[in-house]
Structure formats: C-alpha cells, structure tokens
Design a binder for this molecule. Structure first.
Ligand code: BAL
Ligand code: ZN
Length: 858
C-alpha cells in the first residue's frame, strides 16, 4: 500500500454546500440517502471522486436524473464521476449492515442501539462523501427507525418529528455550523436521560442531556457536573462560549476511543462517563472529569476550527489535551496534576519516541491515520503548547489564542497558521519553535554546574542533543525552556525560578550573587519534555526531596533516588546503605504535615517497571522486577509502623466525597497497603484483607484487591472469587477484575491470563474488556509478559491476529509492547521479533497492523 504524504496535499476541487442525509434504520439493512449540493471550486477538468467503502449502491442521480452505468465507476474505495456540471445536486442511496460491523467505525450496533464513530475515516462506510477534514458542509439529517428505538439523535438542534405508519417514527436535525464529516454522529435507541441546563456568559440557555443505558442515569451525575464546570472554565480561561441550544452526550459500551467530540453530540465510552462510589474508582472520576472537559473543549479546538488534513491532528488534539490538563490542574491542584501528567507522558510518549514508532508531532506520511492517535500527537502535542505558554508568558499566550479563534473560526487550518497567531500576538519569531512539531525524539539535556565561592557566582553549562529516529538521522537544537531555581545545602531558597531558554547545542549562563554552594533544582514543573542529566550528587537529591518548594521536583528527586537504587541492584551492584537512607528520607517526607495526602501517595509509588525498562540498556524485565520488589520490601519493613499508622489515620468514616482532598486520603491509604503487601506478615495480611472486606467504595476495594492478588495463594483466590461474585453483572467493574489479573505479578500469571481468554465473561469484540486483560498484561506486567519461553509474546501475537480479523483499529493498538524489541536483552528481543515477523506474514492482515509491524521491524 502507498503512504499518504503531507507534501501531496491538494484542496478538494468541489465544495459541498449542504448535505442532507436520510437514514432508514434497520439493524441489518439500513438505507442511507445522501443529497449533496455541490459546487465546483477547482479546475473544470477534475472528476468528482468520493470516498466510500463497504457500501451497496442502490441508486445514483444528478439533479434528479439517474446516472447510467457508463457515467460513473465504483471500486472498493471510491465512487468516481468523470463529468459533472459546475453546480449540481448528487443523490445517492446506499445500504449498509450495522449489525455485522465489529470494527466499530462508521454506523454500528452497541447494546442493541445504533451509534456512530466517524473520526478519522468512518464516514466513508456510511455514505459516499469526500471523507477528509477540509470539506465543511451544513447538515440536515432525518432519522427514521422502529419505535423500539425511542431516542433518535444527531448533531445540532432537533426539528420536525412524527410517526411513520404503525411502528416507525422519525426526527429531523439541523446543524447550523458547517462541519467536516468526521464530526457527524447518530444515535438511536432506548436510553435514560439526565437533564440540566447551563446559562452561558452572554446569557443564553443551553439544554444539557446525558443519555445512558436504562437505569444508569444517576451514574452520569458526576459527568454532568464536570461538563458544567468545564463550560464555565472555558468561558473564564479562554473566552469560549458554547454555540448550540443543546449539548448531548451518549454513553456506549463498545467503543474504540475513549470518547468523541461530534458537534453537539459527544459519544463516550461508558467507562469514561459513568461513575458512582460503589462501582468507580477515584481514578475513574478523575478521568471522567478530564475527558468530559476534553471533548467539550473540542467544540472550539477541533470543531469550530478544524484540521486542514490529518497531518494537522495535533492542532486539535495537542491543544485540547493542554486545555484539559489545565482545567484538571485548576480543579485538583497543579502540582499533583502535573506529576500525573508527566508520569503518563514518560510512560507512553517517551517510550514511543525511543522506539521504532517514533514520529514527529506533525508527521509527514502515514498508511492508516488511525495509527496516529498516539501519545506523541496528544501528549507531546500538549507539552509543546505548554512550552509556548511558558516562553511567551500568560498574557501573550492568551492574546495569541484569541487571535487564533477570531481569525480561523469556521476554517480547516494548519499548525503553521496556529503558530503564526502566537508569533503575531507576541511579536516573537517562532520559526525555531516550529521545529518541535517536525522533529521526533526526546531531547537529552545536560546541566553542569561550576560554583565560584570567592566570586559568589554560579556558571551553568547546558547542552542538548537528540538521538536519531527513523527517517531523521540529523537533529537540530530546539528552543527548550528550562525552569531553574537554587536551594542552599540546608534546603533554603537561594534563588527563585527563572526560565533559561536553551536554544543552542551548548550554552552557558552565569549567575552572580549566589551566596552559598547551591543545590540545583532544574526543569522545575517539568518545563520541557526532555530527559535531564545533571551533575547533582545523591546528597543534592536528598536536599530537593526534603525541601524543594517546587513540588514536581521534590517528587522527581525521590523518583530519581529510587530509580538509581533499583537500577544498581538490577545490575548486580546493590547499594544497601543507600536503600536504607532512601527509606529514611521517604519516612520523613510522609510525616511532613504541610504536604497533602495526594502528594504523599505519589511519593510512595516507586518508578514503574516499564519506566525502569526504558532507563536500562538492554532491559532485563525479570531483574528489574526483582530489584524493584526488594526496595519495596525494604520500605515495607523499614517504614512498617509508619505505613500502618498512616493507613489508619487516612480512613474516613463519613459520607463518600469525590473531592480531590478525599480522593487524596484514599490514595495515600491505598499506597500504604500496596507497599505493606511486599511484607505479607500476618498483621499486614490481616490489615489488607480487613481493608478489602470493609471497603464501601470501589477505590478502597480495588486498592486492596491488587495487593491481595500480588500476595498470591489463598488471599488471591478468595479476593478474586468474592469480587467476581459481587460484580458479575456490572461490565465496567468486571473490566477491573480482568485488569487486576492482567497485572498479577505471580509466576503463574501468564497461564492464568491465557485461561481467562476462554472465560465466558471475556468478550474480545468489546475493546474495554480486551484492553483490560490483554493490553494491561502486555504493557503493565513486564516480568510476566517477557517470560523467557516467549509464551507471552506468542499470546499477544495470537490476540492481535484474532482481533485484527474484525477490529483493525483496536488490534493495531496492541502491537506496541512488541515494538520495542531492540531495547530488550537479545534472547528476549529475538523472540519478540519472531512474533512481529509472524504477524507480518499473516494473510489478510489489515493496513493498520501492517504499518506498525513493518515499522517495528524496519
Ligand atoms: N478525536 C478523537 C477523540 C478525542 O481525542 O477526543
Ligand atoms: Zn481529542
């Protein structure tokens, strides 16, 4: 297959001024009639070429005249009409079968309901259309269905409705805003509604509706509350007001994405919408708040202003992730939020950037755009916006975003146009900054310090370099904002945070008036997505761990100390004295009354095994697992009394609260037992079992379930059986049951995971269930996935091939754990490679999986 290239972009030679769609819904044979008012805008010789796949064409007419068979050509991907007038109405009628659509793109059935997912290229499986983001059209939609599908929903505002014969009914929708077809949505089915309203800053009333499975409306309350907070926040922070009379969200169980920002009708994976204390964890609440906000924020960054082509995906995704991260920081506390965001960035994006799938935030070619909904586009895309704001300052950043919204409203535009607004608003030359979009790879930054005590001056030498990535052997220096402050050896502030803009390969900075030998606190708040190395000694890190006023760097110091100790032990050179010293320092941090419980919980979490693997060359997952567990056990023994005391103190007796403060207490309590499980002496075991049995919310229950599973034996069996019995009828909770077993660190975990795929509750056609078991195992259980026999790799390859037969988008997302094969010790890497070869040779492999496997092997 030929790749699509950014350099080949050409505007579509026709405008689709209006689009009228008529859906005659039937589960197995839905008829879609499309009336497109088309005007030529390009060269008179250009044929009309529309996208269309898996469509049965029933009729085709121009201005009401049926076309003869020799007037058009239909192949597997296109409808081509060689000669068309300059202005005309094209009417096509097609038939599709939603019930057999397990790819979950286009129109499909989930839980007996019709729903759609069109981004990126699903609309072409609904009707013939220019399925590209730069063709904006005004839509009217008529939905007709059996009355057993009572709710008929599409984008925009509802209009005429009525009965059709005895058993059917219809409803019309009009969306006044021109939109690309990837934002089209339709839902039909039996749903319960949670209703509310929002008064916008100009005083307009917007009806809010969340539609969910019958009986589930109360579980949408937190999503609704998050939505209202997000709407207000976007008005206050970016001056953005909602534009339609209705904003609706529908929850569906079978969904490839987390959620989708269709204009006025968001469709959500139910896992990211439904929550109550009994069935959802605090992490679920946090994600629901973030994703509801994210999809809502897309109304401006994505919908009102969309992407010219899919290479510009970060234009909407990077900016929108930055917006949702900023919202979450305001809702839940900036430092804790930043630590969580950076943890996710490193785990997903840094890993991607260090492997064969490394790509720029704005890539220049792809085989399947579905594969580019990556951590790089989303999370690194957000980091770029964050750096832009750091470099320009808050006021100029807001001026730039205001200009962008004014200038490009109603357009499909580019990253260049976006950056140009900030350059113009700030008067800065952002040419070099643009390289962040085009250069893949995580820069390595080093900082060396030289303190002249006599002159009371500190010289900082900063360097940067970026290792080659596929297709990019030579890298340029990038403009990197490095936030730096200084502490004294006693932990007092010597110098407040200053931004040093590192934009050369090597730069020196001299600071006068540094009154004593300083401890460097660099890259505060993780001011740029880079790997930092400094000449700091362990003693400097202990100063930061105890006293850095920048909480991100305080946490980072603890992580770096723990990481170095684990890596030393995994390499066969354990530092037992260092381990005791670390445990002591951690103990002191945990009794600091000024620190919030949520922050302490983050201090207690050791670097994850996948993160440690990324830091080792080559990675030996078994050795890393052993070494990490040893440090965990040492902390459990050394700080046992303190952890047990904290576990008791953090218990709340009152009503459940979803507040960040209450969630922080639960997080710390769970972090304590997670560590104590490494020392499963009787009183610790009884404490964890007691926690599990007494838990009245899912956060507490899951908090104890994983430690019990990790202890293994009877504790594991009993807890899993009880949990399953209690929650067997709740799909979202059952997903957690599978996920916990995916992370089971015991030696028999692989066997058990394989056995679970034959379990009646394992539904591979449901992406949530599949990911809960298979992706959790492959991504988060390295010690068992990298079984020396290679059985873990064979298992994953089998799953990828099985899923690829019906859902290529989801299958492709499972490839990643095999993709990093070069980073593992050769006896493992070789076996990973063999499975990639096996997948690649499989007949009928999708383009989605082929692209990723071929790149991984390249
Ligand atoms: N646009 C796809 C889902 C999301 O990023 O919001
Ligand atoms: Zn998004």
């Amino acid at each position: 297959p030929q790749p699509v290239r950014l350099a080949d972009y050409r505007p579509f030679p026709f405008a689709i001024e209006t689009t009228r769609l008529v859906f005659d819904l039937h589960p197995t044979a839905t008829k879609v009639t499309a009336e497109l008012a088309i005007r030529r805008v390009g060269d008179a010789t250009e044929p009309l070429v529309l996208d269309g796949e898996r469509l049965k064409l029933l009729s085709i007419a121009i201005d009401g005249q049926a076309l003869g068979a020799n007037q058009f050509v239909v192949d597997a991907e296109h409808l081509t009409i060689a000669e068309v007038p300059d202005r005309f109405v094209l009417t096509t009628e097609v038939e599709i079968d939603p019930s057999s659509n397990k790819a979950l793109t286009g129109l499909y059935m989930s839980g007996g309901r019709f729903c759609t997912q069109c981004e990126a290229e699903g609309f072409r499986t609904i009707t013939y259309f220019p399925d590209r983001p730069d063709v904006l059209s005004r839509y009217t939609v008529r939905i007709e269905a059996d009355r057993k599908f009572p709710h008929l929903l599409s984008n925009g505002n509802p209009g005429a409705f009525g009965q059709v014969g005895e058993t059917r009914h219809f409803l019309e929708w009009t969306d006044p805003f021109p939109k690309p077809c990837y934002l089209f949505a339709l839902v039909a089915g039996d749903l319960d509604v949670l209703a509310d309203k929002f008064i916008t800053m100009s005083g307009r009333e917007v009806a809010l509706r969340i539609l969910v499975d019958p009986g589930q409306a109360s579980r949408a309350a937190y999503a609704l509350d998050s939505l209202k907070r997000a709407m207000k926040w976007d008005e206050d922070t970016f001056g953005r007001e909602y534009d339609l009379d209705l904003f609706a969200i529908v929850a569906v169980r079978d969904f490839n994405f987390g959620a989708m920002e269709n204009k006025g009708l968001n469709i959500f994976n139910s896992a990211l919408l439904l929550a109550d204390p009994e069935t959802a964890t605090d992490l679920d609440y946090e994600r629901i708040e973030a994703v509801v906000a994210h999809e809502y924020f897309h109304n401006w960054t994505g919908n009102r202003i969309t992407c010219r082509d899919w290479f510009q995906l970060c234009l909407k995704e990077g900016f929108t992730v930055f917006r949702d991260q900023s919202f979450s920081a305001d809702q839940r506390g900036a430092a804790v939020q930043r630590i969580k965001d950076v943890r996710a960035l490193r785990a997903r994006q840094f890993a991607e950037d260090a492997g064969p799938l490394a790509h720029p935030v704005r890539p220049s070619s792809y085989l399947k755009i579905d594969n580019f909904y990556t951590a790089t586009i989303y999370e690194k895309g957000a980091e770029i916006i964050r750096m832009l704001k750091t470099i320009l300052g808050d006021a100029a950043f807001r001026k730039g975003s205001d200009l962008y919204f004014d200038r490009h409203d109603g357009q499909a535009t580019t990253v260049e146009a976006f950056i140009a607004c900030f350059a113009e608003a700030s008067g800065r030359d952002l040419t070099a900054f643009f390289d962040w979009y085009e250069q893949a790879g995580t820069p390595s930054v080093t900082i060396d310090t030289d303190y002249d005590a006599a002159a009371k001056a500190l010289t900082l030498t900063l360097t940067q370099s970026t290792a080659p990535t596929p297709g990019q052997p030579n890298k340029k220096p990038l403009p990197i904002p490095v936030a730096i402050g200084l502490l004294s050896a006693e932990g007092e502030v010597l110098r407040d945070t200053e931004i040093v803009l590192l934009d050369q390969a090597r730069q020196t900075v001299r600071w006068e008036g540094v009154t004593s030998a300083p401890v460097l606190s660099a890259l505060r708040g993780f001011s740029a997505p880079v790997n930092l190395t400094t000449d700091a000694r362990a003693s400097d890190r202990y100063v930061l761990f105890a006293a850095d006023p920048d909480l991100f760097n305080r946490w980072e110091a603890g992580q770096t100390l723990a990481r170095d100790l684990i890596l030393a032990r995994a390499a066969g050179t354990p530092d037992e004295v260092g381990e005791e010293r670390y445990a002591d320092a951690l103990g002191r941090a945990l009794v600091d009354d000024a620190a919030e419980p949520a922050f302490k919980a983050l201090l207690l979490a050791l670097p994850s095994e996948p993160d440690l693997a990324l830091m080792s060359d080559p990675a030996d997952p078994a050795a890393l697992h052993e070494a990490r567990d040893t440090l965990r056990t040492r902390i459990a023994v050394h700080l046992g009394d303190l952890l047990r005391r904290l576990h008791g103190e953090m218990q709340s007796e009152g009503e459940f609260s979803a507040s960040a403060e209450a969630a922080g207490r639960r997080a710390l309590r769970n972090a304590c037992i997670e560590i104590l499980a490494a020392d499963p002496r009787d009183d610790n075991l009884m404490r964890i079992v007691g926690h599990f049995e007494a838990s009245r919310n899912m956060t507490d229950m899951i908090g104890a379930l994983y430690p019990l599973v990790s202890i293994g034996g009877v504790a594991r069996e009993k807890a899993l059986a009880n949990f399953h019995f209690a929650w067997r009828a709740e799909p979202l909770v059952l997903d957690k049951w599978f996920a916990v077993q995916g992370r089971d660190p015991n030696e028999d975990a692989l066997e058990r995971v394989i056995a679970l795929t034959s379990y009646p509750d394992f539904e591979p056609t449901n992406p949530n269930r599949l990911r809960a078991l298979v992706a959790t195992f492959a991504n988060f259980n390295p010690a068992r996935f990298h079984d020396p026999s290679g059985a873990g790799y064979r298992f994953l390859a089998d799953q990828i091939l099985a899923v690829d037969a019906f859902n290529p988008t989801t299958a492709a997302r499972l490839v990643d754990p095999l993709g990093g094969w070069r980073r593992y010790k050769p006896e493992l890497g070789q076996q990973m490679r063999e499975q990639l070869e096996r997948i690649k040779a499989h007949p009928g492999l999708s383009r989605n999986v082929l692209e990723l496997v071929a790149k991984a092997l390249d």
